[in-house]
Write a protein that binds this ligand. Structure first.
Ligand SMILES: [Zn+2]
Length: 256
């Protein structure tokens, strides 16, 4: 469990560390004032924060995360909204919005960003991702300790770009973990993190979330099928998976 993600809200240092960067979202609007060309529409950031909080709460409600052990981010232009470190998601309000630029400089909020910021930023810098979901989902984390790649137990692997790899272990919150993750993510939209959890990305928060849920489900299927004594699950071939990928793209089948 990422210790940096734990702790009380008070320990996260609300209002006590560093200069106050920006006022909370709903206090920032100054109607009638011309904003700089590259400024983000305030309501776009506010909406994105609401969606981010809803997605973060969903990871807990659906059992993919226990406590504050996961994190979620969404990119709006050059700004990345992220869950703060150590605040239970049910307590998050618009006042708690935290955002950084792509270099990791905090541009909004007083709470500290998630300790897994390096993984989130590495994905935004090297892919077209608009949302990232990181969890410690139980079946996926279990699989991450057993194999270097999730066996092709189900064709939904195609939704993640192919067989899902396991990124080599490194200390949480480090650049080394982000580098290991990027290698495992090559041509994929999700991977497992050895002895740690999952990370997926997508064009929207819903898509990133769905990929995490599918990944956890596939890991559960493989563990379930592998658990029977004297039985070995059948696996799909790369060719069978390619067929699925083509069908998902709308090729290879006559369209009505
Ligand atoms: Zn973690």
């Amino acid at each position: 469990m990422a210790m940096g993600d734990m702790g009380s809200r008070g320990a996260a240092g609300a209002g006590s560390q560093g200069p106050k960067r920006e006022q909370a979202l709903e206090q920032r609007q100054e109607p009638g004032t011309g904003e700089p060309e590259d400024a983000l529409p305030r309501d776009a950031l506010g909406r994105a924060w609401e969606e981010l909080v809803a997605t973060a709460r969903r990871t807990v409600a659906d059992g993919l995360v226990v406590g504050t052990s996961g994190n979620v981010s969404v990119r709006v232009g050059g700004t990345v909204l992220v869950t703060p470190s150590g605040v239970p998601y049910e307590r998050l309000t618009a006042q708690d919005a935290v955002a950084v630029d792509l270099d990791g400089n905090q541009v909004l909020g007083d709470l500290a960003p998630t300790s897994e910021l390096p993984m989130h930023l590495a994905i935004y810098r090297s892919t077209d991702a608009r949302a990232v979901v990181h969890t410690h989902a139980v079946h996926a984390t279990a699989v991450s300790t057993l194999v270097p790649e999730l066996p092709l137990i189900h064709y939904m692997a195609a939704a993640l770009g192919g067989p899902v790899r396991v990124a080599r272990y490194a200390l949480y919150g480090t650049d080394e973990l982000a580098e290991n993750m990027l290698r495992a993510l090559a041509d994929r939209t999700g991977c497992l993190l050895q002895n740690h959890g999952t990370i997926t990305y997508g064009a929207t928060l819903d898509q990133a979330y769905d990929r995490t849920a599918q990944l956890e489900w596939m890991c559960r299927v493989w563990l379930t099928a592998s658990a029977l004594p004297d039985r070995t699950p059948t696996l799909l071939s790369r060719g069978q998976l390619r067929e699925v990928e083509e069908k998902l793209r709308g090729y290879g089948q006559p369209r009505s």
